[in-house]
Ligand binder design. Structure first.
Ligand code: MLT
Length: 251
């Protein structure tokens, strides 16, 4: 498990990295993929997003409108001049089907950038937990990158990391014993997930207590927490297709 920005560069080239930003970037990528987005291109800043969109415009001047949708948030809110914000509910088939999406968010797309040198790169959420585990179960060297919030660890991302580790153990393709072959941060995530699963506390409630959850509630996006707390509702995953480029397709 690696905090965003602290990826061990020396080992990245052989790692399969799973990027997690439960609230909300990787939940949005998963939802957009299911809704039929053609490609998801992530970038770290707003300027780069406009450049990517303008470049596609000029490349395709003789073709029907295919300008990518500009998507993302700053301080949880939609960005001026962008088409969509960072609420999964916005990513409906009528808006995104067949379209390229250029996504920039405060933490999630930065975490992707930090892990760019990985051999494989995937975006995970609770929505596609089973699909994530299926996609990585034969990987010998797995790194989970939690986006966190503004450089701080956030509970919601750690919970999903723990859930992935738990499922890998269940499927028998992870470490034989829960604590075998895990580094300490992965062990912490795994126990946080196990402990959060009391009957009294649903995942949605746990997410609402997290740093990312509290920020969303304060910004008026409480309903997104429930959307991002659904488990295994989407069968597929956004995976980088082009080594060295932050271009993802839903597979
Ligand atoms: C992020 O990347 O920081 C998050 O997706 C924040 C948000 O959804 O508002």
């Amino acid at each position: 498990l690696t905090p965003s920005g602290l990826a061990p560069e020396c080992e990245l080239h052989q790692a399969c990295s799973i990027i997690i930003d439960v609230l909300r970037a990787t939940s949005v990528m998963t939802t957009a993929g299911l809704a039929g987005a053609k490609r998801m291109i992530t970038c770290e800043n707003i300027h780069a997003a406009f450049e990517i969109a303008d470049q596609s415009d000029s490349e395709r001047a003789d073709q029907p409108p295919s300008r990518p949708l500009l998507c993302g948030e700053r301080h949880c809110k939609p960005i001026d001049g962008f088409d969509l914000g960072n609420s999964p509910a916005e990513y409906t088939p009528d808006r995104v089907v067949g379209r390229d999406i250029v996504l920039t968010t405060t933490n999630g797309t930065r975490a992707i950038q930090a892990a760019m040198r990985s051999r494989r790169l995937l975006a995970a959420s609770f929505l596609n937990l089973a699909a994530t585990v299926a996609a990585v179960e034969s990987e010998p060297h797995l790194q989970i990158v939690c986006a966190g919030t503004n450089g701080q660890i956030s509970y919601e991302d750690v919970l999903l990391a723990g859930a992935i580790i738990d499922r890998l153990n269940e499927s028998g393709s992870g470490p034989g014993e829960p604590t075998d072959h895990l580094d300490d941060s992965a062990r912490i995530a795994w126990s946080a997930w196990r402990q959060s699963l009391t009957p009294a506390r649903a995942l949605e409630e746990s997410l609402a207590l997290s740093l990312g959850g509290r920020n969303l509630i304060e910004a008026g996006y409480t309903s997104d927490i429930g959307r991002c707390a659904q488990i295994d509702t989407i069968d597929g995953i956004a995976e980088r297709v082009d080594p060295g480029k932050a271009v993802f397709r839903f597979v």
